[in-house]
Design a protein around this ligand. Structure first.
Ligand SMILES: C[S@@+](CC[C@H](N)C(=O)[O-])C[C@H]1O[C@@H](n2cnc3c(N)ncnc32)[C@H](O)[C@@H]1O
Length: 304
C-alpha cells in the first residue's frame, strides 16, 4: 500500500508542502463529504500543494493551522474556497468532437423535430459540470450552426458547477487559444471578439448574443434537492466529472441526473466514463463516436 509522504519532503532541493497521514485522511474525508470527489493517497502531493495555496491566502502558519481553522464555526465559509482550489476544471470547446457530431445528427436534430411536431417551443439543456462554460457555449454554437436556434425553437441553456471560480469565468466568457482551438473557424469568427493584445494576452470573448443565452449557477451533483430545483431537461451533458467519484457518489449523481430528465430526454457522459452498475437508472441507448447516450431506465428495472 502506498504511504502518505512525510511533512516537509524535498524534491530537487525545493521543500514541498506535504500532508501527514492524519491530515490526508481529514482532507480526503472533508472533500468527499462536500463534493463526492474521492482522492486516493497517491494524490497526496497534489492535495498538499493546493491546500498550501489556501494556507498562504489566509496568512496562516501551516497546514495544521488551516486544519484547526476549518474546524472552527467560521471555518465553514472556507469550504467553498477549498473546493475551488482542488477542482480540476480542464475543459475546452468542441471537446471530443466525434461524440458531438454524432449527438447533433442522431439526437439533437430528431429530438428538436419531435418537439416541434408536439408543438413544444422551449427545450432545455443542462451542462451539469460546466466548469468554465466551454461545453455549454459549444452546445449553444452547435444549435446555431445546425439551424436549431431561434425561429420556432427557444432553448433554455443552464450550466452548473461546484467551483465558483469556474462559474465566474464562464459568465465572463473570455478564453485563451488552448480553449478555442477546436472551434470551426467560421464560428470563431462570427461569435467571438478577438483581442490579440488583451491585458492577459491574446483572448477570445464569446459575444453577448451567445453569452446572454446561457446562464451559470452553483450546483452540486451530490445535492438532490438543488438539482431537482433546476427542473427537467431534454438533454444533459455530464462529461468528465464522474471519473472523480467513487461508486456511491456516482450512483447519487446518476439518480439526480435521471430525476432531472424528461422521459424521452438524453444524458451524455464523457467517452471514458461508464455507469455499468447504474444501468437500472440510466440505460444505454445509442453509441455516439465512442461515447454512449443514455435514457431513463423504465421504472422497476432490476439492478444488475
Ligand atoms: C474536468 S471538468 C469537466 C468540464 C466539462 N464537463 C468537460 O467535459 O469539458 C470537471 C468539473 O466538475 C466539477 N465538479 C466536481 N465535483 C462536482 C460536483 N459534486 N458537482 C458539480 N460539479 C462538480 C469541477 O469543479 C470541474 O469544473
Amino acid at each position: 500500500m502506498a504511504t502518505v509522504p512525510t511533512v516537509g519532503s524535498t524534491a530537487n532541493g525545493v521543500t514541498r508542502p506535504t500532508l501527514t497521514p492524519a491530515q490526508f485522511s481529514f482532507f480526503e474525508k472533508l472533500i468527499y463529504e462536500l463534493s463526492g470527489m474521492r482522492f486516493e493517497v497517491n494524490k497526496s502531493y497534489f492535495l498538499a500543494s493546493k491546500i498550501d495555496l489556501r494556507v498562504q491566502a489566509l496568512g496562516l502558519a501551516n497546514i495544521e493551522a488551516y486544519t484547526a481553522y476549518l474546524n472552527t464555526p467560521n471555518g465553514r465559509t472556507e469550504y467553498g474556497y477549498l473546493i475551488d482550489e482542488i477542482s480540476i476544471n480542464e475543459t475546452f470547446f468542441y471537446r471530443h468532437e466525434p461524440q458531438l457530431q454524432a449527438f447533433r445528427d442522431s439526437i439533437l436534430v430528431p429530438h428538436a423535430q419531435a418537439r416541434r411536431t408536439q408543438g413544444q417551443k422551449t427545450l432545455r439543456m443542462w451542462s451539469a459540470a460546466s466548469s468554465t462554460g466551454d461545453e455549454l457555449y459549444t452546445l449553444a454554437l452547435m444549435l446555431r450552426d445546425a439551424g436549431l436556434w431561434g425561429k420556432d425553437l427557444t432553448w433554455d441553456m443552464v450550466g452548473t458547477d461546484i467551483c465558483h471560480d469556474a462559474l465566474e469565468k464562464a459568465r465572463a466568457g473570455i478564453y485563451r487559444r488552448y480553449n478555442v482551438r477546436n472551434i470551426p473557424p467560421a464560428l470563431l469568427q462570427n461569435y467571438f471578439a478577438h483581442d490579440p493584445n488583451g491585458p492577459t494576452g491574446e483572448t477570445w470573448q464569446i459575444k453577448p448574443e451567445v453569452r446572454s443565452s446561457c446562464r451559470f449557477q452553483e450546483g452540486n451533483l451530490m445535492d438532490g434537492a438543488r438539482c431537482t430545483a433546476l427542473g427537467k431537461f431534454d438533454v444533459i451533458f455530464c462529461r468528465n466529472v464522474l471519473i472523480y467519484f467513487d461508486e456511491p457518489s456516482k450512483e447519487k449523481a446518476v439518480i439526480n441526473l435521471a430525476n432531472n430528465l424528461y422521459d424521452d430526454g438524453y444524458v451524455l457522459l464523457g467517452h471514458s466514463e461508464n455507469i455499468y452498475s447504474q444501468r437500472h437508472i440510466l440505460r444505454p441507448v445509442k453509441e455516439l463516436g465512442a461515447a454512449i447516450a443514455y435514457q431513463k431506465a423504465p421504472p422497476g428495472t432490476p439492478k444488475l
